[in-house]
Design a protein around this ligand. Structure first.
Ligand code: HEC
Length: 247
C-alpha cells in the first residue's frame, strides 16, 4: 500500500483527550499572550502619539528612525532666529543638520554662525544667551532623536528571534499534525517564520529608511494572521470537525 497517504487521516481529532487538552491549553494561552502583545504595542507605541495625530506608520518611524528633522537649532531657525540669515545660508545649515550635524562638516557652516549669530550669541555680546561660536556649543542644539539605538535593536532582535521561534515551533508543531492539505500546512507553518524575519529585518532597515515602516507592519500583521490560522484550525479540528467518529 505505497500510495496510502499516512497523513491524510483524522489529524488532530484522533489524539487522546489528555493530549488534546494539553494542545488546547497551550494554543489558547499563546493566543491570549498574543492579544496582550498587541495591547502592549498599542498602549506603548501608538496611544502616546495619537494626541499628535500620528498613526501607526508614524509611530513605527519614530521608534526606529527617530525624529531627525526636529532639532532645537532647526526650530530656532524656522522661528525668529531665521531672520538673521539669508535663505541660502539657512539652507546650508539645514543641509548640515540633516547630514548628522557632524564635527567633520562643521567647517562648512562655521562662518555663517560666526558672521550672523555671534553678534548676540557670544560672551562678548554681553547678552545672557547661549554662545554659538564653536562646535561643542552648537551641538547642544543639534542633538536629535535618532530612533532606537543599535544596542537596543540587537537586544530586542535576538530576544524576539529566540522567543518567537519557540512559539512558532509549538503552534506550528501542533498544526503540522492537522489533517488539512500538506501544502497548506507547509505554507502556514513557514509563514510566521518568514514574517518575523521580515518584521525584525525591517526594524533595522527602518533605521536607515523610514519607508520600511510599512514592511515592519506587514511582517507583524502577516505573523499574527498565520498564528491565528494555525491556532483556529488546530482547535477546530480537535473539538469541532471531528473526523474520527470511531474513537
Ligand atoms: C539680535 C540678536 C540675536 C541674533 C543675531 C541671533 N539670536 Fe538666537 N537668540 C536671541 C535671543 C534674544 C534668544 C532667546 C529668546 C528666543 O528664544 O527667542 C535666542 C535664542 C536662540 C536659540 C535657543 C532656542 C532654544 O531652543 O532655547 C538658538 C538655538 C538660537 N537663538 C540660534 C541662533 C542662530 C543659529 C543665530 C544665527 C543664525 C541666532 N540665534 C542669531 C538673539 C539672537
Amino acid at each position: 500500500m505505497n500510495d496510502a497517504k499516512p497523513e491524510s487521516r483524522a489529524g488532530l481529532s484522533s489524539f487522546s483527550s489528555p493530549v488534546k487538552v494539553l494542545f488546547t491549553c497551550l494554543l489558547l494561552t499563546i493566543g491570549v499572550a498574543y492579544l496582550f502583545a498587541i495591547l502592549y504595542l498599542y498602549l506603548i507605541e501608538i496611544e502616546p502619539h495619537r494626541s499628535k495625530g500620528d498613526g501607526f506608520v508614524e509611530a513605527v518611524i519614530l521608534k526606529y528612525y527617530g525624529a531627525r528633522g526636529e532639532t532645537r537649532l532647526g526650530a530656532a531657525l524656522n522661528g525668529s532666529m531665521g531672520d538673521n540669515i539669508t535663505p541660502a545660508q539657512k539652507q546650508e545649515i539645514f543641509k548640515w543638520i540633516e547630514g548628522g550635524a557632524s564635527e567633520k562638516d562643521f567647517p562648512k557652516v562655521i562662518d555663517i554662525f560666526k558672521d550672523n549669530c555671534a553678534v548676540c550669541h557670544s560672551p562678548e555680546s554681553g547678552m545672557p544667551l547661549p554662545p554659538l561660536t564653536g562646535f561643542e556649543e552648537i551641538s547642544v542644539y543639534t542633538g536629535m532623536d535618532m530612533g532606537q539605538s543599535v544596542k537596543a535593536l540587537v537586544r530586542v532582535s535576538h530576544v524576539h528571534l529566540f522567543g518567537m521561534s519557540f512559539i512558532f515551533f509549538l503552534t506550528g508543531g501542533i498544526f503540522s499534525l492537522s489533517a488539512i492539505d500538506a501544502r497548506w500546512r507547509i505554507i502556514l507553518i513557514a509563514t510566521p517564520f518568514i514574517a518575523i524575519w521580515v518584521d525584525i529585518g525591517s526594524w533595522w532597515f527602518t533605521k536607515l529608511r523610514p519607508v520600511f515602516a510599512y514592511t515592519v507592519i506587514f511582517g507583524g500583521v502577516l505573523m499574527g494572521l498565520a498564528l491565528l490560522a494555525q491556532i483556529l484550525i488546530s482547535l477546530g479540528e480537535m473539538w469541532l470537525w471531528n473526523r474520527s467518529d470511531q474513537d
